[in-house]
Ligand binder design. Structure first.
Ligand SMILES: NC(=O)c1ccc[n+]([C@@H]2O[C@H](COP(=O)([O-])OP(=O)(O)OC[C@H]3O[C@@H](n4cnc5c(N)ncnc54)[C@H](OP(=O)(O)O)[C@@H]3O)[C@@H](O)[C@H]2O)c1
Length: 329
């Protein structure tokens, strides 16, 4: 088999190599999946650069998710998905490979109505968007959710969830062309720019109302600007570190209204969930994906050998949609 391998952390163009290895054999209740496609997510690129919160040991193969066909397996959990197309949840990486061995319970069979492009991104973003909105924040119908990086894949899913479940979204982006994309998805309001007057712009856009909750993967002044818009007891949920800058808030801004700053990290949340909760969550996410509520914006697809161009595209500001690696057909 062929795998993308990191032997030293650093810039992907220097440190990521395509290597050959013997085909791995699945253990009891494990499956071997022949990979079809995998996305390039921000977390993959951060990990290669040694900037992700939880680094695996070296050498490693990146890729936390993808889609493929189960071609071998042992044990009853494996037989259940034999020869099926499955979403791959590669907890510790490994999906950027022609073949990937995972616990059978992490191979999620999906309806044929879900395309390979969507199935490849079944886990990281859709489950994050679903859990933050449906399980944790639970914005009521008619309430406002304010978010930054709204044109990204998670951001677009939040907009679609708002449209579907009836909460309103105020979306902050940094490019004019992203405004129309979000409006077409059903965004209620879009603000372009992350400048110093963002607090005031948000207040004006909300027209005297407060936000029920706020979501921020950016940090820095942009993320911090969401806090004054929150209602009494409202939460800013941080879930990314795109700017690399800290959230800053005056204690008085939090105390006025007893607002909160909390965080979400899928890999941490998953650790505390029962198998039944995970199964139910995957079922909800699969249904929402098949129904067009949790869709990833699809960008360029690159052949596996062309992985360097794929990473460069995924790591460029202003790209449109999720970059995918076509590993096999
Ligand atoms: N906590 C979790 O469990 C979890 C799970 C999934 C994702 N995430 C995080 O969520 C974030 C979004 O993921 P994604 O897959 O949706 O990413 P994506 O599709 O690549 O989109 C990223 C978006 O962020 C914007 N952006 C990047 N840097 C920015 C900055 N410094 N200031 C303002 N906007 C910025 C980009 O805008 P431009 O187009 O202008 O570049 C783009 O719209 C990432 O940080 C990811 O790691 C966290």
């Amino acid at each position: 088999m062929k795998s993308l391998v990191v032997r030293e952390w650093g810039e992907p163009k220097e440190k990521l190599r395509l290597e050959e290895a013997p085909l791995p054999q699945p253990g009891w209740n494990e499956v071997r999946v022949r990979m079809l496609m995998a996305p390039v997510n921000p977390s993959d690129v951060l990990m290669i650069k040694n900037r992700y919160g939880r680094q695996p040991s070296l050498p490693c193969c990146p890729g936390f998710e993808g889609v493929g066909i189960v071609e071998a397996g042992r044990g009853p959990l494996a037989w259940r998905v034999m020869n099926k197309r499955v979403a791959v949840i590669a907890k510790d990486g490994g999906s950027w490979s022609t073949h990937c061995v995972i616990p059978a319970i992490r191979a999620i069979p999906l309806a044929s109505s879900i395309s390979n492009e969507q199935a490849a991104s079944f886990f990281v973003n859709p489950v994050t968007a679903w859990v933050m909105i449906r399980k944790l924040l639970q914005p009521p119908k008619g309430s406002w959710v304010v978010q930054t990086a709204a044109a990204g894949a998670v951001g677009q899913m939040i907009v679609r969830l708002g449209k579907h479940f009836g909460f309103k979204t105020l979306n902050i982006v940094r490019r004019e062309e992203q405004k129309l994309v979000l409006e077409q998805l059903g965004a209620d309001k879009v603000l372009v720019g992350c400048g110093e007057d963002l607090i005031e712009k948000i207040a004006n856009a909300l027209g005297g109302e407060s936000s029920y909750a706020a979501l921020d993967p950016v940090g820095g002044l942009t993320g911090s600007a969401l806090i004054p818009s929150l209602r009494r007891y409202g939460s800013l949920m941080v879930y990314g570190r795109l700017s690399g800058e800290p959230i800053q808030v005056m204690p008085g801004t939090l105390m006025a209204g007893m607002r909160k700053v909390e965080s979400f990290w899928l890999s941490e949340w998953t650790k505390d969930q029962s198998k039944l909760t995970m199964w139910r969550t995957f079922r909800h996410v699969a249904k929402a994906m098949a129904g067009g509520v949790l869709l990833s914006p699809v960008g360029k697809t690159f052949q596996f050998n062309d992985f360097q161009a794929a990473i460069q595209e995924a790591d460029s500001p202003g790209k449109i949609g999720k970059v995918l690696l076509q590993i096999s057909k």
